[in-house]
Design a protein around this ligand. Structure first.
Ligand code: KIV
Length: 262
């Protein structure tokens, strides 16, 4: 999968499925399922590291998980999140840190923010580093936004988001995640841009969709937002398997003869 193919899908009005992955095991499964774009999201801070938000994720964390995923899924386009404070201070930081993520195996990076981040996006894209934007509910701004809330409901917020989307496109981004915004606004932004919009909680009109892998597999249930569709119940399966294993060991049923060497 390439950046050009993603842009071509938009022109052909074909939808793109994107999912997160953080390790080799799941990256292989995602690739085998035919999903061609994998996001190594800083959501790993919450679903892998068990933190309350993404703010503590470091560049070292992202480099480690990017390498695991990129090595395991060589045919997929791997996009890595730029963690909090890896691009906020300066365009120079942004370029240097994005370069490190590409050296770890990512083909593109994602950062959060609108017009205020346009100079970072331009600095990276003009040096050949593909960038995906992220607008709406931007988790790295969770404190400023007052929590995980739907964004862009008021008219002034909605028009600011549209302006932000245009600024990120003009700066050279190839795609834009729209998170937790009204479906009508996502439709308007999608129609206004020639780059792909990838929605998460942004309704059906985006050019593609992204979900956190552990949400869609039913593995992470600490907090399940309204926009998540649970396609499997792996936490329930794991709990059942583990209690059966415990029971078997305690009752002397495991290992049996067939699991023993002679
Ligand atoms: O970190 C992440 O997984 C993300 C997606 C939810 C878009 O940014």
């Amino acid at each position: 999968m390439t950046i050009l193919e993603i842009l071509q899908l938009k022109r052909e009005r074909k939808k793109l499925a994107v999912v997160t992955a953080y390790d080799a095991l799941f990256a292989r499964i995602v690739e085998q399922a035919g999903i061609r774009v994998i996001l190594v999201g800083d959501s790993l801070g919450v679903v892998v590291q068990g933190k309350p938000n993404t703010l503590s994720v470091t560049m070292d964390d992202m480099l480690y998980h990017t390498k695991l995923v990129a090595d395991a899924a060589p045919r997929a386009l791997v996009i890595s999140d730029m963690p909090f404070m890896s691009y906020q201070v300066s365009a120079e930081d942004a370029v240097r840190n994005a370069g490190r993520l590409l050296q770890a195996g990512a083909a593109a990076v994602k950062l959060e923010g609108g017009a205020v981040m346009a100079d970072r996006v331009k600095a990276m894209t003009s040096l050949g580093i593909p960038v995906m934007g992220h607008l709406g509910m931007t988790p790295q701004s969770v404190y400023a936004l007052g929590g995980y809330k739907v964004q862009g409901k008021a008219d002034d917020q909605a028009s600011r988001l549209l302006q932000d989307a245009k600024a990120i496109e003009a700066a050279g981004a190839f795609a834009l995640v729209l998170e937790a915004i009204p479906a009508d606004l996502a439709k308007k932004i999608t129609q206004a841009l020639s780059i792909s919009t990838i929605g998460i909680g942004a309704g059906p009109h985006c050019d593609g969709q992204v979900l956190v892998l552990y949400d869609l597999l039913g593995l992470f249930d600490t907090f399940v937002p309204k926009f998540v569709k649970t396609y499997a119940h792996l936490k329930t399966d794991a709990l059942q398997a583990l209690s059966r294993y415990k029971e078997d060991v305690e009752q002397g049923k495991f290992p049996s003869d067939s699991e023993s060497y002679h």
